[in-house]
Design a protein around this ligand. Structure first.
Ligand code: SPD
Length: 277
């Protein structure tokens, strides 16, 4: 049997590409907001691509979804109301629902086609979207936070990369709106890209979130199919300190643990320098 010579490549800059061998193209469309493709890859299972960028794969999605969710949800003493902005595949929602304290999880996703494609091609990732605690809103996340002051314990910004529909989700005005949408002890976490590829963006978001919130913290996780594999998240917290988080209170995680929570905040000096300058 001959191997397919079809490759998906994410062009990271003029010198760097990430490539995944494709067995089959399962879906391709241009939505109102972006291009959306689903491929079956030879190494990483099914792959969701938006505007040419890897969003998630069956094989490594757990790292990103556990780390964008559980770090904040274990830092907060009693998270009941949680909002995810973006994240239409449902992976963050699936993790949030593992917390018994959570009474309501809202997903504010601008592109309903992402939700539909995830339900069809990634049922394991989208599995929480039909849970009675979940409210799926196909809407602009920026508008949603502006309209819901003081409602949430935790807000997760599970955005695409800072191009196209996601640009506004990396702006300081948006972090102010997120701050207003949180309760007095609320926490936000935003995905903030790769220290190798996006140093300037990390510097800016860290500074902006640090100016808007009482405290900000950067932490890392390792995601093979994201550019360079090293990925950052930035937390803004009104009160809680993630170093004082509870021990892991959910079962069945494959990356997140009590120890990984603490270790994720240990930054290599070159990353530490980014957020100090
Ligand atoms: N370069 C990849 C950045 C994507 C971050 N969001 C992914 C969405 C998965 N729920």
């Amino acid at each position: 049997m001959t191997r397919s010579e079809l490759w998906f490549t994410e062009q990271q800059n003029s010198n760097l590409k990430l490539g995944l061998r494709i067995n089959k193209t399962l879906h391709s469309e241009q939505t109102e907001f972006q291009s959306l493709d689903v491929y079956e890859t030879a190494e990483y299972g099914k792959l969701l691509v938006l505007d040419g960028c890897v969003m998630t794969t069956d094989r490594d999605e757990f790292v990103y979804h556990e780390m964008i969710s559980h770090v904040a949800l274990h830092t907060h003493a009693n998270p009941k109301n949680v909002l995810v902005i973006g994240g239409g595949d449902g992976g963050a929602i699936r993790e949030i629902l593992k917390h018994e304290s959570v009474e309501r999880a809202v997903l504010a996703e601008i592109d309903g086609r992402v939700v539909a494609a995830s339900k069809e091609y990634f049922p394991g990732i989208a599995s929480g979207l039909s849970d009675p605690r979940v409210d799926v809103q196909v809407t602009d996340g920026i508008q949603y936070v502006n309209d819901h002051a003081g409602e949430f314990d935790v807000i997760l910004v599970d955005s695409t990369d800072p191009v196209g529909p996601a640009v506004g989700l990396f702006a300081k005005d948006f972090y102010h709106a997120v701050h207003r949408a949180l309760k007095p002890d609320g926490i936000m976490v935003a995905q903030t890209e790769s220290p190798f590829m996006n140093a300037n963006l990390i510097q800016k978001t860290s500074r902006d979130i640090g100016e808007v919130f009482k405290n900000s913290y950067l932490y890392l996780a390792y995601i093979p199919t994201y550019p360079t594999g090293m990925w950052s998240f930035t937390m803004g917290s009104k009160q809680y300190d993630p170093h004082q988080a509870s021990a892991c209170r959910v079962a069945g995680t494959k990356y997140y643990s009590t120890e990984v929570h603490q270790a994720a905040f240990a930054l290599p000096p070159f990353v530490q320098e980014l957020i100090q300058s």
